[in-house]
Structures are given as structure tokens and as C-alpha cells.
Design a protein around this ligand. Structure first.
Ligand code: ZN
Length: 155
């Protein structure tokens, strides 16, 4: 087995530990969804979440807390200056989760699949991370969210 193949399996195991949608792991590693699904069940003793990956950032603006955490997630991705996209999402998502756990007793509102989608949207420019013109805090925008008040000014 080549090093490249081994690396793909190692990445798959790491991604699977974060309980993502199987389609995301298949996309990132090129491994077959059937193999990945089997490994997921072995690892978590349950089936992976099914259904399509989110296609619109609207899900974040449904709740203020969710939007706040999406902004936080985006900030953590930006701090990761690695080339490899999957690695950036994994590290950014871990930092986000440990931050949420350190400031509150609650579970993070975003799962890994949400975080992965947000990072993809940031990469292609569907979402942008800018500074609020009032308080200079990080603000997450897209065409529809552009005129929203930033999370810090709003709270
Ligand atoms: Zn502000």
C-alpha cells in the first residue's frame, strides 16, 4: 500500500471520529462510501446521519446563537493557515469545540458537517468574514446577510 493510500485512510479515520456525513469523507479521501459507512458504524455503534449536505447558508441565520457560533467557527478556520483544506477544517472545528466547552457547559451548536460546509463557502466566497464597521469584531456575511447587525453589536 502506498504512503498516499495510507494517508487517505488515516484522514478518513480522523474525519470519521468527528461524526460527519459520509459524503464529506468520501469527497475528501476518495474512498468508497460503502467502506466509510461500515467504518462509521464500527466506530460509533450507530448509522451515520443521512440526507444531503446543506446547500444554503440560511440555516445559520435561523437562530442568533447558531449564527454567533458559525462566525466563531469561521474565525478559527481563518487562524488555520494550512494549505490542506480537510486539515484546516478538522483543526478549526476542534478549536471551536474546545472553545465552546471552555466558556459554557453546552454542546457546540454546529456539527462537523456544518463546519465543513461553512469552510467550503468561505473558500469559494459564498460567505465572507469581514470586520464590523461599528465595533471592528469579526462579522460573517453573504449577499443576504450583508446588512445584518454583527453578533457583538446585537448582543
Ligand atoms: Zn459590531
Amino acid at each position: 500500500m502506498s504512503l498516499n493510500t495510507l494517508n487517505r485512510y488515516a484522514l478518513a479515520v480522523e474525519l470519521l471520529s468527528l461524526k460527519p456525513r459520509i459524503s464529506i469523507v468520501a469527497k475528501e479521501t476518495g474512498l468508497s462510501p460503502a467502506i466509510l459507512r461500515k467504518a462509521f458504524v464500527e466506530m460509533h455503534q450507530r448509522s451515520p446521519s443521512s440526507g444531503p449536505i446543506r446547500t444554503s447558508p440560511q440555516f445559520m441565520s435561523k437562530s442568533f446563537s447558531k449564527f454567533k457560533e458559525a462566525t466563531l467557527c469561521a474565525v478559527f478556520f481563518r487562524l488555520e493557515n494550512r494549505r490542506h483544506c480537510a486539515r484546516r477544517v478538522i483543526n478549526g472545528y476542534r478549536r471551536y469545540c474546545s472553545y465552546i466547552k471552555s466558556v459554557s457547559n453546552a454542546y457546540p451548536l454546529l456539527d462537523f458537517s456544518d463546519a465543513w460546509t461553512i469552510s467550503k463557502w468561505l473558500d469559494v466566497g459564498v460567505l465572507k468574514l469581514v470586520r464590523c464597521s461599528h465595533c471592528r469584531s469579526a462579522k460573517l456575511i453573504n449577499n443576504e446577510l450583508e446588512h445584518n447587525v454583527c453578533c457583538v453589536c446585537k448582543s
